[in-house]
Design a binder for this molecule. Structure first.
Ligand code: ADP
Length: 403
């Protein structure tokens, strides 16, 4: 079989060696990741499998990636000069978070650096109101919402309560989301540009990881059922395959594909959706990068979301998104308190559970609810994975249980 490798127009100097080998091309490529968190660290692991030389930039000198690459640069991904300086020696740049300076990325792109996903895609996603407008324009279903510029403006829309208030920018892990039930709640509402969104009577929260390459080929992963801790609005655990009706599974996958096509995405993206009690599906949020809801793909799928992203940015063929095993993924949140008095015992119990995979991010302890690690439990069926996950879930006593 002849495989056409369409490398993304990277200029490689002709030299003493046979430059046409895959080995030589990958070795010479200078790739970079903006953001050095756990998603970046998992991307790095896949990059290593391809023999890549990867630089990472993060403003935290102790970010997880700092220990995994000798080319770790300290700089702020939101700062124009830092991003330009970091990217100007690179061939390819990608992201592990959306909070990056898109003006700088556009400058780099104009100067020949390949940027994935495109700065335009990142820009749409950076603002929740723009994101919603984009989805509406492309006839993708969303929960109705309006732009409000602060508390005073919310007061003019009391008829919309109860509602969900979401900061337009820089919200993550539920930190920029609150529910306003009564006019009294407005006194504590975010006083900045927000989306005031109808409260959805959520039956299921689903995420679909979708990948699309430069030529428009798509590989879509199976829908994942996410369970959120309501107090903290943060992902608690997730299951794949999702225990949902076939038509909902089809609808959510189709919506993810349509969204990737509308964005002309090149890369990997999580499309988070709500299914309401009447079976209606709306798109809640897009994340055009590897995502928490795709962690299970490392152990459960033929190609992990991280490997897929690396394949795409290199212009290599897409890998199969086939699900080979059922999985349950549990986030380990700060403060990491374990039910057993002896933490080593608890860790040993996790590690001794058949098919349980511990991922420890090596982060310094931080604010309550910070993601410190995760465990993925695989099984032949979802019931089989769940039976083991229940025990592990019991051993992990996260901050969310204190609420
Ligand atoms: P973040 O960007 O912080 O992850 P999300 O938009 O995903 O914010 O919201 C976090 C959580 O808040 C969701 O997973 C969901 O449980 C809840 N939520 C968000 N929007 C709504 C809504 N319109 N109605 C009801 N619950 C919502």
């Amino acid at each position: 079989m002849i495989v056409m490798i369409h490398f993304c127009a990277i200029k490689l100097e002709s030299g003493k060696r046979n430059n046409n080998t895959l080995h030589y091309m990958l070795e010479q490529l200078k790739t970079g990741i903006l953001g050095g968190g756990q998603l970046g660290a998992m991307l790095l692991r896949s990059a290593i499998d391809f023999g890549l030389n990867v630089s990472v930039m993060d403003k935290d000198p102790n970010a997880p990636c700092s220990r995994h690459t000798s080319s770790f640069k300290i700089g702020d991904p939101m700062n124009y000069d830092d991003v330009v300086k970091f990217g100007s020696n690179l061939d390819i740049i990608t992201i592990e978070k959306e909070a990056v300076n898109t003006k700088a990325l556009k400058h780099l792109q104009a100067n020949g650096v390949k940027v994935y996903p495109s700065p335009e895609t990142i820009e749409i996603i950076q603002n929740k109101y723009d994101q919603k407008q984009f989805l509406i324009k492309n006839e993708l279903p969303v929960a109705a919402g309006i732009l409000v510029n602060g508390r005073e403006e919310i007061m003019k829309h009391l008829d919309r309560l109860p509602a969900c208030l979401k900061k337009c920018s820089h919200g993550y892990d539920g930190k920029g989301v609150m529910v306003l039930r009564t006019p009294e709640d407005i006194a504590n509402a975010f006083d900045e540009p927000c989306v005031l969104e109808e409260l959805v009577d959520i039956k299921h929260e689903i995420s679909v990881i979708v990948s699309r390459n430069e030529s428009g080929a798509i590989e879509c992963y199976d829908p994942v059922l996410m369970t959120f801790n309501k107090g903290r609005m943060i992902l608690d655990f997730q299951m794949c395959p999702a225990n949902i009706d076939v038509d909902i599974a089809m609808q959510t996958s189709n919506l993810a594909i349509k969204t990737a096509e509308a964005l002309e995405l090149v890369g990997i993206m999580a499309v988070e959706m709500f299914v309401d009690s009447h079976g209606n599906v709306v798109v809640n949020e897009l994340a055009p990068r590897p995502h928490n809801s795709g962690h299970h793909t490392i152990e459960a799928n033929t190609t992990s979301q991280f490997e897929q992203q690396i394949r795409i940015i290199l212009g290599l063929p897409l890998g199969s998104a086939k699900l080979n095993k059922a999985s349950v993924m549990i986030n380990i949140l700060e403060p990491v308190a374990l039910r057993k008095n002896n933490q080593t015992d608890a860790i040993n119990n996790i590690l001794c559970t058949d098919d349980a995979h511990l991922h420890w991010y090596g982060k310094h302890s931080g604010t309550e609810g910070r993601k410190m690690g995760h465990v993925t439990i695989v099984g032949s069926t979802i019931e089989n994975a769940l039976s083991k996950a229940v025990i592990i879930r019991h051993l992990l006593k996260g901050a969310y249980e204190e609420k």
